[in-house]
Design a protein around this ligand. Sequence first.
Ligand code: KG4
Ligand code: ZN
Length: 330
Amino acid sequence: MIILAIETSCDETSMALVEDGKNIIELVTHTQIDTFKKYGGVVPELSSRMHVKSLPLVYQELFSRVDFTINDVDHIAVTAGPGLIGSLLSGISFAKSLSLIHQKKLLAVNHLQAHIAAINIEHEIEFPILTLVVSGGHTELVYVESFTKYTKIGSTLDDAAGESFDKVARILNIGYPGGPEIEKYAQSGETTYEFPLPKTENEFDFSFSGIKSAAFNLNNQMAMKKIEINKNDFAASFQAKIIEILITKLKSASLRYPTKQIAIVGGVSANKALTKAAKKSFDNVIVPKIDYCTDNAAMVGVRAYFLAKEEKFQNIDFNAKVNLTIEDEI
Ligand code: KG4
Ligand code: ZN
């Protein structure tokens, strides 16, 4: 089964051809990051207009790289949420047009479930699998019993981990998106700055807003005292604290929910220091290849394959769902 998958939930316009939920025939992603660097974050209205422009170009590029056509595609899949409404609608409208013109069935994919599906691309999965989803919008611990059954066991009460990387990078004025920049600076830094360890009522929940405030206050205090901040050390200290929190929570969740494999997915799983720490703590950690960690359509095509096997096709009038949770069906 060949699925043409489309992802436009935030600032990447991505399309992939995916065979049988595993083989990525081709993946093309056009990122809007360069545009949003100057704003220090995504401007939603601008993002949706850029998707509208990029979608036909990405589509052309995708098919120019392979030796078959849309006629060889079985179904069309698109991310339906969660995400930015305008960005989601750009991808959904494009998918609906293709479906009408070429008479293909439509599959609507939950973006969070797609991040988890990315583990299927290069690994043999043994369910159940405890998964940490860490992205720009979400930080969640999920007990995954199959690619169609998800139970959320904890999540962030305020900022997402990726969001805190982005905000601290803005405080340090080191660029956007913050995660890869913080990681770069941290490589030649020491953990000399102190950040608080957050406490949550449910041991599997997360909170990152206290660390963000601490970073903000520390930066202000240093500025007032005219002491220059060591950006490398600051980045290293901040990153180490985030990793400590993520690994500690993952460890306690793994005691309550023992599984053969543990997965870390989403944009923040691109962080090498995080995956190194995870591999030290657990014997069997699965992290997608970097292209499949940050937003991409390959993972959407994988998730969609399992929807197609259950015959969960959509009518043409399905809509975007901005606040979809990991457990929701569309
Ligand atoms: O999954 P993703 O591409 O988009 C969402 O669904 O949110 O995640 C983007 C987030 C951003 O906050 C970005 O700063 C973070 O992932 N990120 C990283 C790294 N690469 C991307 N965070 C830490 N280290 C990285 N290397
Ligand atoms: Zn994402």
